[in-house]
Ligand binder design. Structure first.
Ligand code: DON
Length: 573
């Protein structure tokens, strides 16, 4: 408590504590209260993973130590979303140095990948389910290698000691979560692969049901190997050989080799941080979606959205900033090791001024075009499509260090191919299937050997201007992630809502002329007022749902939230 008080300057403490304006209080969404804890907290999409992380924290482990335990359990109990066969981005705050580091565990394309590998023999893009379950869709998995790098730098416990819960649950069984069971019985192509059917079918021939005691002995073996050897357990030796063999199988075999696997290198770089009002918001650089969230904030900072908590004008401004942001991000983002991403130009003051001026009092006519920021190359119109499976978690340890990590196998159960009790990713379908647009202009996100596909994942960390932790938030959701995270930040930083209420706010993705949303979640009258301003909300399923998880620092302690649309929880001690 004293420590947390010290973390916040008085003025900011007052702001965070301040009751939101009356409008927000009368229109706040129905939501469970945020969880508050004094020392440390984990917010993640599954309670078994949260408990594993808390156990590590209570044993004196750091936020990164706990992240390893959380990932190890999520790979078992939420295999539709992340695991040993996937990739991740992690934003890490070091309370002692007040530095924010971006860890990049994004999958890389094998040396044999080519720009046209997702085109069929007719020259047209392969149907997505075909591409996703093909041997070509998997990139070299980077999540474990990334965690190993981060844990070597910021861990306090031994790597080998972080896998106890995952191993026990895999060996002795765990109650099958409802979301896992529903995904296994869904009509997604990956749920129908021979590996998925074999794993998810009970001895009586029925598919796994929520609450069944589920075991995964192969996963226990893999986890023991990872505990003993680190990422080499997957990227070299027998498991690597099985990965290569699995991806060389039809339909449409891929080109992954042992050399591709053994050469994988995660990266650690300074995070991209930009001021937002009295705060500083940090995310990983491209190819993550982080800088796009920063562009959205940059546009909103030039509006008075902070005076419009959860009202029609607030959501109107949000919807327009979202459209402007997606237009740029879809045009310009790719792997900066391969293409110039004009990030400085997109986040430059004069560029953001000009972008924000494009917001009219009401909207009609064609959607906004991408702008031309300084340093921009000519880029083809984007044709990337990203449905999927992904998860986000946030951890704050007792020293105030924080992890904000989005981790993914891309689509539900990745490519549906299993090795060692885990699914391989289909992350390479995050590349543009078409290497060029219809005018023949190269896409920033075209496939290339060794390249990392563009991502929407945007694990965010918020500091005050003195570099002290204010909040951490992130979400899965394919392309919608950028709007989901933007909402998470606006709710907490501008509308001063507690984390849990923020995460329960309606999701709204403005992209082109589409406004995908959840009309039933708005306060009365807002949907109609938005329609009168030209923003006609579309309900129904839009891409992948959110799975926002976050923690904020308040003078009363750490305050966490878990997206009510998933089955997660925020817990601390
Ligand atoms: O990296 C990306 O942007 C996608 N592979 C994320 C997919 C995703 O979030 C699916 N959601 N649940």
């Amino acid at each position: 408590m004293t420590r947390l008080n010290r973390l916040l300057p008085l003025s900011l403490a007052a702001l965070v504590l301040a009751a939101a304006p009356a409008t927000a209080r009368t229109t706040k969404p129905a939501a469970a209260a945020s969880t508050t804890s004094l020392h440390a907290m984990v917010a993640a999409a599954n309670p078994m993973a949260v408990d594993a992380g808390l156990k590590v924290l209570k044993a004196g482990g750091s936020a990164v130590d706990a992240a390893v335990a959380v990932q190890a359990v999520l790979g078992l109990v939420e295999p539709q979303s992340s695991g040993l066969g996937g990739g991740a981005f992690m934003t890490y705050y070091d309370a002692r140095t007040r530095k924010v580091t971006a860890y990049n565990g994004r999958e890389t394309a094998p040396a044999g990948a080519t720009p046209d590998m997702f085109l069929g023999s007719n020259g047209k893009p392969l149907p997505r389910p075909v591409a996703m379950t093909s041997g070509r869709s998997a990139g070299v998995p980077g999540a474990i290698a990334m965690l190993y790098l981060a844990q070597g730098q910021h861990g306090k416990l031994k790597w080998a000691d972080l896998f106890g819960d995952a191993e026990r649950l895999a060996d002795q069984g765990f109650p099958a979560p409802g979301r896992m069971a529903a995904a296994a019985s869904s009509n997604a192509a990956q749920a129908g692969t021979p590996d998925a059917v074999a794993y998810f079918t009970r001895p009586d021939g029925a598919k796994v049901q929520a609450g069944d005691l589920w075991k995964n002995p192969a996963y226990a073996v893999s986890i023991r190997k990872v505990a003993a050897e680190g990422p080499k357990a997957i990227l070299e030796g027998p498991i690597a050989e099985q990965i290569v063999a699995k991806l060389s199988q039809g339909p449409i075999p891929g080109t992954m080799t042992l050399k591709d696997l053994a050469s994988y290198k995660p990266k650690a770089t300074p995070a991209v941080c930009r001021p937002y009002r009295i705060y500083v918001v940090c995310t990983p650089p491209a190819p993550s979606g982080g800088p796009a969230v920063l562009e959205g904030l940059g546009i909103l900072e030039r509006t008075d959205i902070d005076k419009h908590p959860n009202d029609a004008q607030g959501w109107y401004l949000f919807s327009q900033a979202s459209r402007l942001t997606y237009a740029d991000r879809d045009r310009y983002y790719g792997d900066p090791d391969f293409v110039d991403v004009p990030m400085e130009g997109l986040l430059a003051k004069d560029y953001l001024d000009a972008r924000a001026k494009l917001i009219d009092p009401t909207t009609a006519g064609p959607p906004p075009k991408p702008g031309v920021p300084k340093g921009a190359a000519v880029r083809g119109a984007d044709q990337t499509r990203e449905p999927g499976g992904t998860t986000h978690f946030v951890i704050v340890d007792k020293d105030g260090n924080a992890v904000s990590m989005t981790t993914t196998v891309e689509s539900i159960f990745g490519d549906g191919r299993m090795v060692g009790g885990f699914f391989l990713n289909n992350q390479l379908t995050d590349f543009s299937f078409e290497p060029k647009d219809y005018e023949g202009v190269p896409a920033a996100n075209a496939v290339a050997a060794g390249k990392r596909p563009r991502s929407s994942m945007a694990p965010a960390i918020v500091l005050d201007r003195q570099g002290r932790l204010v909040a951490a938030v992130g979400s899965p959701g394919g392309p919608s992630i950028i709007a989901f995270v933007l909402k998470g930040l606006v709710g907490v930083l501008d509308w001063k809502l507690p984390m849990q209420e923020t995460l329960a706010l309606p999701n709204l993705i403005g992209i082109g002329n589409i406004y995908a949303s959840e009309p039933a979640r708005y306060p009365p009258g807002v949907v109609e007022q938005l329609a009168a301003k030209g923003v006609k909300l579309q309900g129904g399923p839009f891409g992948e749902g959110s799975g926002l998880h976050g923690v904020e620092v308040t003078p009363g302690g750490l305050r966490g939230g878990a997206d009510p649309r998933r089955e997660g929880v925020a817990k601390g001690y």
